[in-house]
Design a protein around this ligand. Structure first.
Ligand SMILES: *[C@@H]1O[C@H](CO)[C@@H](O)[C@H](O)[C@H]1NC(C)=O
Ligand SMILES: *[C@@H]1O[C@H](CO)[C@@H](O)[C@H](O)[C@H]1NC(C)=O
Length: 628
C-alpha cells in the first residue's frame, strides 16, 4: 500500500496523468481515498497528490483528482517556496503562490476556500500578491477573496506587493478597497515597505491615495526609511509631495547623504556631498535665522574625534577629503537615527572592514569597538561581532602587525558580557529556538578561547597582562559549560574544539598548551568534570597526534599535573586517565608524571572495597574519596 501510494504521489508530482489514472484503477473506494489522502514526506515537504500536483502546476492531474475522485480541496501540507517553508498550505495556496492560473481556476470552481489561511495566516491571495500575478489576484478577488486578511504579523497583502515591487498588484488592491494606512506589528505601513525597497511607482501610487506618513516601531517615517536605505528618488518624491516641515526635510537630506558614504551596495561619495550640501543650504536659507544642528554630542574618537560641519564653508572645506566625508556620514547617521537604532552599526562595520582590507587595522578596530559597544548597549546579539574581532586580530598576529593589548582586553570584556547574555537567552529560549540559542552561546565560548589564544601571542606589559587575565578570571569564575558539560579548560585541550577558518586558524588551534597554562594561571579548576565525568586529563590522554605534536601533549600533561590534576580520578565508567590513554606516548607521559600519594591510594582502596566512610571522616575528605 505504502509503495503504491508512493507511485501515485510520484505520478501526480510529475504530471503523468495516464499513469496516475492507471494506478488508481480498480481499487475499493476506501483504498482509493487512502491513496489520495496519503501524506508523502520528501525534501522537507509534506504533501498529498493534490497538493503536489497543484504546486507543480499539473492541471490535468488536478482535474482528474477533483472530477473523478472528489478529493478534498482543503487538505493541507507543508511546502517549500523560494527557501521559505509554508505550513498548513492548501492546494489553492500552492497554485496561487506558484503562479498556476489554470489550477487556481479549477480549484476555485470546485469550491476551494479562497480565504483559507496557513499556519502563519497567509491566504492564497497573499501568495499571489507575493508572486506578483495580477491576473490571479484579480480572479481571486472576483471570487470573493478577502483583501483584508493579514498574516500573523498583521502584514497586509498590499504591504507584500508593495515591498516586492508589484505595481500592478498594488494598483489593483488599492482600487478594490485595500487600506493604504494599515499598520503591521512593527508599525510599518505599505508606504514604509515601498520606500525601503525603493519602488518609486508604488510610492507614487500610495501617495496619490493620500497614504499617511507615520512613524514605525523604530521611530522612522517612510521618508527616513528611504533616506536610510539610499533611495534618493523616493526621498525626492516624498519631499516634493509630503507637507513635511523644514526640520524633517533637512533630516531626510542629511540622512540620505550620510547613508551614501558607507553603504556596501550604494556607496557614492559625490551624492554624499551633494545631499549634505543641499541640507546645509536648507539650514542656512535664512541667513538671519539659520537652523542649527542639535547640541552636538562630544566628538567620538572612532570617528576621528571631529565634530560635524556646521556651515556650508566647513562642508566645502572637506569636499575632496573622502576619509573625512566617510566619518562625517557616520556621525550624521548616529545623530539622526539615535545610537540605539538597529541600523546604525552596519555602515560602521562596513567602513571598518574597508580599513582592514587596506591594512589600516587601528582604524578598523576603533570603528568596530564603537559598533560593538553600541550593539551591546542595545542588548543585541553580538556573537558575530566578537568573532569578527578574533578574525582580524588573528590576521594581525599572523602578519606580525602590532596588536594593542588594550583592544584585546576590551573585546574579552565584551565577550564575557555576551556569554552571560547568551546564557540568559538560552535559558529563556522556547523549545524551537533552543538549538540556535545554544549554538550562539557555544560559538561565544569558542570565540572567547580564540581571543585567549590571541592574547598569548600579543606582546604585553605586566600591567596589560594583568588586565587581560582579569577578564579571563571573571569568565572562569562564571564556569560556563558547553553542551557536553566541557569547561573552558576541557575545550582548550580538546582537538574537537572547532576553529573558525577565516584567518583564525592561522593563529589558533586546540589543544593549546599556552591557553591551558593561562587558564590554569587564571584559576581554572584542573579537576572539573564534564557530563561523562571526564577531567581535562582524561581528554588530553586521547589526543591523536602524540608524535607530531608531542610538545603540546607533553606541556599540557605537565601543566595539568603541576596544577594538581588527580591522575587516578575516575569518570562515570570508572576509568582513570591512564585507563583511557589511547596511545603509548600519553601512557608513558602519565606514568612518569604520576605522583601517587598515600592519600590517593587510601581513597582508592576505600572505593574499591566499598568500605563505608560517609560521616566517619571529615566532609572534605568525603569529596576526595568520591573523586576516586
Ligand atoms: C472570504 O471573506 C470575505 C470577507 O470576509 C467574505 O465576504 C467571503 O464570502 C469569503 N469567501 C468565502 C468563499 O468564504
Ligand atoms: C493586529 O490586527 C488586529 C486586527 O486588526 C488587532 O486587533 C491587533 O491589535 C493587531 N496587533 C498588533 C500587535 O498590532
Amino acid at each position: 500500500m505504502e509503495s503504491l501510494a508512493g507511485y501515485v504521489y510520484k505520478a501526480a508530482s510529475e504530471g503523468r496523468v495516464l499513469t496516475l489514472a492507471a494506478l488508481l484503477l480498480n481499487h475499493p473506494e476506501a483504498e482509493t481515498r487512502d491513496l489520495l489522502g496519503f501524506v508523502t514526506q520528501l525534501a522537507g515537504q509534506r504533501s498529498t497528490p493534490l497538493i503536489i500536483a497543484a504546486r507543480n502546476g499539473h492541471d490535468k492531474v488536478v482535474r482528474l483528482l477533483l472530477d473523478h475522485y472528489r478529493v478534498d480541496t482543503e487538505q493541507t501540507g507543508t511546502v517549500r517556496f523560494d527557501g521559505y517553508v509554508i505550513d498548513g498550505a492548501t492546494a489553492l495556496w500552492c497554485a496561487a503562490g506558484a503562479g498556476h492560473f489554470d489550477v487556481v481556476r479549477l480549484l476555485v470552481s470546485h469550491h476551494a476556500n479562497v480565504n483559507h489561511t496557513t499556519v502563519t495566516n497567509s491566504t492564497p491571495l497573499r501568495a499571489a500578491c507575493f508572486d506578483g500575478r495580477v491576473d490571479i489576484v484579480r480572479y481571486l478577488v472576483e471570487h470573493a477573496a478577502d483583501i483584508g486578511i493579514t498574516n500573523k504579523y498583521n502584514n497586509t497583502c498590499l504591504m507584500i506587493a508593495a515591498y516586492k515591487g508589484h505595481a500592478d498588484v498594488v494598483g489593483f488592491l488599492l482600487e478594490h478597497g485595500a487600506n493604504p494606512d494599515a499598520t503591521a506589528h512593527c508599525g510599518a505601513t505599505a508606504l514604509h515597505f515601498a520606500a525601503e525597497a525603493g519602488h518609486l511607482d508604488i510610492v507614487q501610487a500610495l501617495v496619490r491615495r493620500q497614504a499617511a506618513m507615520v512613524v514605525n516601531g523604530h521611530g522612522m517615517t517612510p521618508l527616513k526609511v528611504a533616506a536610510e536605505s539610499c533611495k534618493a528618488e523616493v526621498v525626492e518624491l516624498l519631499l516634493a509631495h509630503a507637507d513635511c516641515d523644514v526640520a524633517s526635510r533637512i533630516e531626510a537630506l542629511e540622512l540620505l547623504g550620510a547613508s551614501f558614504a558607507n553603504d556596501r551596495e550604494n556607496y557614492d561619495i559625490l551624492k554624499t556631498y551633494h545631499y549634505l550640501y543641499l541640507a546645509m543650504l536648507e539650514r542656512h536659507r535664512d541667513p538671519a535665522r539659520p537652523v542649527p544642528k542639535e547640541p552636538l554630542a562630544p566628538p567620538i574618537e572612532a570617528y576621528g574625534g571631529r565634530s560635524e560641519c556646521r556651515t556650508p564653508q566647513e562642508l566645502e572645506a572637506i569636499r575632496n577629503n573622502r576619509d573625512v566625508l566617510h566619518m562625517e556620514g557616520l556621525m550624521v547617521r548616529e545623530r539622526i537615527l539615535g545610537s540605539d537604532n538597529i541600523d546604525v552599526s552596519h555602515p560602521i562595520i562596513y567602513r571598518g572592514a574597508v580599513y582592514a582590507d587596506n591594512m589600516e587595522f587601528d582604524q578598523c578596530i576603533k570603528l568596530w569597538l564603537h559598533a560593538l559597544r553600541l550593539r551591546q548597549k542595545g542588548s543585541r546579539n553580538t556573537h558575530k561581532d566578537l568573532l569578527r574581532f578574533a578574525q582580524v586580530f588573528s590576521q594581525m598576529v599572523h602578519l606580525k602587525e602590532a596588536l594593542r593589548p588594550a583592544a584585546v582586553e576590551q573585546v574579552l570584556g565584551c565577550s564575557v558580557l555576551e556569554i552571560q547574555r547568551s546564557t540568559a537567552r538560552m535559558e529563556a529560549a522556547p523549545e524551537a529556538e533552543l538549538p540556535q540559542a545554544t549554538d550562539n552561546y557555544e560559538s561565544n565560548l569558542f570565540t572567547f578561547l580564540y581571543l585567549v589564544c590571541i592574547s598569548t601571542k600579543t606582546l604585553c606589559s605586566d600591567e596589560e597582562r594583568a588586565r587581560i587575565n582579569k577578564q579571563i578570571y571573571t569568565l572562569i569564575q562564571l564556569d560556563p559549560r558547553s553542551r557536553e558539560g566541557s569547561s573552558l579548560l576541557h575545550l582548550a585541550i580538546s582537538s574537537s574544539t572547532p576553529v573558525d577558518d577565516f584567518h583564525t586558524n592561522d593563529v589558533c588551534s586546540f589543544p593549546s598548551a599556552q591557553v591551558t597554562k593561562l587558564l590554569l594561571d587564571c584559576g581554572a579548576n584542573v579537576n572539573a568534570v564534564d557530563r561523562e565525568g571526564n577531567s581535562p586529563l582524561h581528554v588530553i590522554v586521547q589526543y591523536h597526534r602524540p608524535i607530531s605534536d608531542f610538545l603540546t601533549l607533553h606541556a599540557i600533561i605537565i601543566s595539568l599535573v603541576e596544577a594538581g590534576a588527580h591522575t587516578d580520578m575516575t569518570n562515570k565508567q570508572q576509568k582513570t586517565p591512564l585507563d583511557r590513554s589511547t596511545t603509548g606516548v600519553s601512557e608513558i607521559l602519565l606514568k612518569t608524571q604520576m605522583k601517587m600519594s598515600l592519600k590517593c591510594l587510601a581513597a582508592r582502596a576505600v572505593r574499591q572495597h566499598s568500605i563505608s566512610y560517609r560521616q566517619q571522616i571529615p566532609s572534605s575528605l568525603e569529596e576526595f574519596v568520591e573523586l576516586h
